[in-house]
Structure formats: C-alpha cells, structure tokens
Ligand binder design. Structure first.
Ligand code: LIP
Length: 278
C-alpha cells in the first residue's frame, strides 16, 4: 500500500469538489477556444477546475510540483522530476464536455521519483470513481477491479481514440490501424472521447485492450496505474516499456494481447510531452 495515503485521500476529496463545477457547467453554454487543432478545445471551466485543483493542493503541499494540461498549454515548462508531482487533466474529454456527450473525467496522477504512486479518474456524469494506489489494487466506487485476462485478440473488444490530430499522415495511420483490427477481426472497436475513461474500461474487464497515439501524459498517467493494479499490462505501442511522456500507449488484459496489438498497429511521429521546444 502506498505511504502517500494523505495525498491520495486529499486527491479524492478535491476531485469530488472540483467535479461539482464540471457538473454545474455541463449543461451550460460554454465559450470555447481552439488549441492545437479544431478538435483540441478548451473552455473556461477546464482552466477554472485546474486552478482550483492546483491551488488547493499547493496550499496543502507547498513543495510539490504540478504538470497540468492547461498550465502547459499556457506555456508552463513540462518536466517530470523526482519531486512529488501531481499530473492533472481537469476535464479529460473537453470536446465531449462542449457537446454535452456524457463522458467527461477529472484525471489526477501522483508521482514520486518519477514513479506513479496513485491514480484517480472520476467520470463525472457517470459518477464513477476509478482509483489505484501502487501495490494496493484498483477500485471502481470502492469495488475491486480486475482485467478480463483475455488472450485471444479475435475475442477482444478494443478501445482507442482518434485524438486531436487532423493532418493526413496521422489520420491515415489511425484509420488504417482500425481497419487492420476490424478485418482481423476483433469483436469491436469503441471510443468514448476521453482517454482516461477509455483506458479504465480495460481495468474493469469491460474492454480487453486500449491503444492510443498522440494523447498526453495527463490523459493517461492515472489510468495507467489503475490498469496495472487491476492486473493488466501497460506498454509503449512498439512493445517497449511504458513511458508516459512518449504519447504512445497500449493497455491490455494480457501480455499476449498487448503484444499482438503492438505487432499490428503503426504509430505516427509525435513530439514527446517533455521534449524541449526548438
Ligand atoms: C482528450 C483525450 C481523448 C482524445 C482527445 C483529447 P482532453 O483529452 O482524452 O482521448 O481523443 O483528442 O486529447 O483534451 O479532452 O483533455
């Protein structure tokens, strides 16, 4: 069990508090701004929630560091160090939030010495709290989670994301990956529009594998430990060790399925999250 329990319990508490803002604004009109592409959006609520989370956590743990999606978007330097660090996506599924598509999540991961100690993903509209502490198992609303253990790729339900990239190369590779899986065939392919909640479906056993190229560390850092603590496998799309800054991930019910997907899919080039700007 993690010895960062106070941070974990505070993380749970502040997540629930922040979700009240998300749910209040969910049905309201939103002023939307575009970031890296027409599919990469931000609202005042994303920024308000991130500011609430960071200020509350910083007040309690003044020496801790933060990697927040909207802080980075505003130009804050992204560097993961050994210092206790909170990796925050204030609203994962912002496009869903703008459209009132009911899959939006607050995602918080906590690392020490670059190792994730706990992850919290709260799917606000569903009122589903996914969480895990390193060595302590994974839970959904307090009930233990375990992956499906599926080892036959042709019997897998696959979850992925189209992401925010809209250049021809990325779209061509993304759609050809889906084509290859569907013609295998797998049982199906799903995308909820939030990487964090997508990936947590593997932890519940409701999906057997999730893969994504182009997401960011804040999208999947929390759900990665949730899948691992549910008995799943998390790796890079090339089959190498998972690296939350690489913007590539496979999370699977078994090493066999993870390896099959790694063999089948192609990645497109992405700048690492921690790559220094040129
Ligand atoms: C989103 C991801 C989702 C992806 C979207 C976007 P955000 O994160 O969770 O998987 O398809 O393009 O990146 O921007 O809503 O926090």
């Amino acid at each position: 069990m993690s010895d960062w329990c106070d941070c974990f319990n505070f993380g749970i508490s502040i997540t629930k508090q922040a979700s009240e803002i998300v749910m209040t604004m969910f049905q309201q009109h939103k002023d939307v701004r575009v970031k890296s592409s027409s599919a990469d959006l931000v609202t005042e609520t994303d920024e308000r929630v991130e500011n609430l989370l960071i200020s509350a956590i910083r007040n309690r743990y003044p020496l801790h560091r933060f990697i927040g999606e909207e802080s980075v978007a505003a130009g804050e330097h992204l560097e993961l160090t050994d210092t206790p660090t909170w990796i925050i996506d204030p609203i994962d599924g912002t496009v869903n939030f703008v459209h009132r598509f009911p899959f939006v999540a607050i995602s918080i991961a906590f690392t020490v010495n670059k190792q994730t100690e706990f992850g919290i993903v709260y799917s606000c509209v569903e009122d589903k709290l996914f969480c895990a502490q390193r060595g302590g198992g994974a839970f959904l609303n307090g009930e233990p989670l375990h992956v499906s253990g599926q080892e036959d790729i042709s019997r897998c339900l696959v979850v992925t994301e189209i992401g925010a990239e809209r250049d021809d190369l990325a779209l061509s590779i993304m759609t050809s990956n889906i084509f290859r899986l569907l013609t295998l065939p797998v049982h199906g392919v799903r995308a909820l529009g939030t990487a964090a909640v997508d990936m947590c479906q593997v932890a519940t056993g409701g999906a057997d594998v999730y893969y994504h190229i182009g997401m960011h560390c804040w999208d999947i850092a929390a759900s990665a430990i949730i899948v691992q603590e549910a008995g799943g496998v998390v790796m890079d799309t090339d089959g190498s060790q998972f690296d939350m800054m690489s913007r590539r991930v496979i999370a699977a019910s078994s090493l066999v399925v993870a390896g099959r997907v790694a063999d089948m899919i192609q990645a497109f080039p992405c700048r690492r999250d921690d790559e220094q700007p040129v």
